[in-house]
Design a binder for this molecule. Structure first.
Ligand code: ATP
Length: 235
């Protein structure tokens, strides 16, 4: 059987929003993926860990958000683990589970710019294919330099920022591929959504309606008992 092309979109999803669905749709089309797994983090090492709704609530919102698209599926690999979730461990587990398939780790430029502070970045970056997507305010050109294990063509990054090209890809020493994709911008962020909800303001254009209803019904951003006082661990 032909290997499936499976995207892995990790995130805090606090909450899942239309920006996530937008990038998933773009990469599904751009890289002809068959399926995208949305992977909410258990204990997110890189965020302000206090005040994050429980994995159960974030997973429930994710299920609602992807319910209309058969190629999008929530994946509980990180939330069912106890202890911190390191991306490298998640990828290794999924490589075993999907050993017949081609995996693509999907990540926005804001997160990718920090990747050298994650656990074992060199090994992580050559473990599977990567799809790195543009995000407003985070130019490709600002990417810190990597060591000799990754030779990124900086001129190609500048061309992506100037939109004189829409994608740039190269092969890593371990024969995985790294795809940089410039996609139509969406300004949506979870940080802004949380602030709007707390201020009682409109979020209609930023969230699926079903997710908004869940947030209201469960008072997700209004009651402290929905939060788990996670304490740090780092990625
Ligand atoms: P927060 O504002 O709380 O940091 P977020 O909106 O960045 O959250 P995450 O769940 O942290 O959402 O994001 C998961 C992944 O989706 C990350 O790789 C992030 O870069 C990417 N992403 C989220 N929103 C966008 C967007 N609008 N454009 C491009 N990438 C995005």
């Amino acid at each position: 059987m032909k290997p499936r092309r499976i995207g892995l979109l990790g995130g805090t999803f606090n909450p899942v929003h239309l920006g996530h669905l937008h990038i998933a749709g773009e990469v599904l089309k751009g890289l002809q993926l068959d399926l995208i797994l949305f992977i909410p983090s258990g204990i997110p090492p890189h965020k302000e860990n206090r005040g994050i709704p429980s994995p159960r609530h974030r997973m429930a919102m994710l299920r609602l958000a992807v319910s209309g698209t058969s190629q999008f599926k929530p994946c509980d690999v990180e939330i069912k683990k106890t202890g911190p979730s390191y991306t490298i461990d998640t990828l290794e587990a999924l490589k075993v589970e999907y050993s017949d398939d081609d995996l693509f780790f999907i990540i926005g430029m804001d997160a990718f710019a920090q990747i050298q502070s994650w656990k074992e970045p060199e090994r992580l970056l050559t473990l599977c294919n990567f799809a790195i997507l543009s995000r407003p305010g985070h130019p490709f050109e600002a990417l810190p330099k990597f060591g000799p294990f990754l030779r990124i063509n900086r001129a190609a990054l500048r061309e992506l920022d100037r939109e004189s090209r829409s994608s740039y890809r190269f092969e890593t020493p371990s024969k995985t591929r790294m795809h940089f994709l410039s996609i139509p911008p969406t300004e949506v962020s979870a940080t802004e959504i949380r602030a709007l909800i707390k201020a009682g303001k409109e979020t209609k254009k930023r969230l699926p309606q079903s997710v908004m209803s869940y947030i209201i019904e469960n008072k997700i951003y209004n009651e402290d008992n929905n939060f788990e006082g996670f304490k740090g661990a780092s990625e």
